[in-house]
Design a protein around this ligand. Sequence first.
Ligand SMILES: N[C@@H](CCCCC(O)O)C(=O)O
Ligand SMILES: [Mn+2]
Ligand SMILES: [Mn+2]
Length: 313
Amino acid sequence: ETIGVVGFPFSKGQPRNGAEQGPSVLRKAGIVSNLQSLGINVVDHGDVDIDLVPRDEPMKNVRNPRSVAAANKKLSDTVVKLVKMKQSVLVLGGDHSMAIGSIHGHAQAEPNLVVVWVDAHADINTPLTSSTGNIHGMPLSFLVKELEEFVPKTPGFEWCKPCISVRDLVYIGLRDVDPAERLIIEKFGIFAYSMQEVDRYGIREVVERALYQIDPSGVRPIHLSFDVDAMDPTLTPATGTPVPGGLSLRESFYLAEEIANTGRLSVLDIAEVNPLLSTEEKKELTANNTVDVVTKFYGCRRQGNAPPDYVLP
Ligand SMILES: N[C@@H](CCCCC(O)O)C(=O)O
Ligand SMILES: [Mn+2]
Ligand SMILES: [Mn+2]
């Protein structure tokens, strides 16, 4: 198995500079070497070559639409290629608008994918329901077929055809959902495990139910879109929209270990690391905790990992 790492140094899905430094922060924290020390073949493909579009005027209240669309088109093309090469793709963001390109690309190569969205937020506002105009709060509205009729034509997004159904999506970690987003979740019956359900059932039950509901057969490729703000802000403070009361380190590790256990993780997004929004110390803490969770998604286990084909001397 080969992990293909791709950086997506992009922050125009939201107004705070710094998210474009996420890939370099995560690489400096040893994300590639930590995975290689698991004995996995890791190829770092470098960063997507992003060009910002000049005079990218807002469309209604949607900010930087052409730049977000152009960057994500390139990401989509990159992800298709790598998934078709049978690589397990790790995309280092960048703000969460990255999911537009990564899920669109993944779905071209694996139409039967399911999406696990781990986030404090639902990221499913449409351009008409968003109160901020930040596209990192809207990615799923550009991807979900059932919302196509509610999403106005947005300049640059002509290439982006919705590619997943609400039935293929499940949320874990929600605790800051806008009213319109809650309406969408209830209108379409989207599976959603907020922190209330995590507290009610415990992470084991939540992960089990979530995976069963989107794929009872247990065979479909998994796209896991991980927003680091799903974790408690004491663990990942260097992020754009922190919300208290998030996943603990142990809950995050457990979730990642169980996803690794399925053997079906196909694309993993790591979104919303923003080093500029905190002290050097908090940046390190955020990067190190994120890297620790990522290694668990790829098979590092707290119970230990016996070396493959090794006999006691
Ligand atoms: N729901 C808010 C906050 C979105 C936060 C986005 C992050 O989760 O990627 C908005 O629409 O602006
Ligand atoms: Mn979030
Ligand atoms: Mn998000």
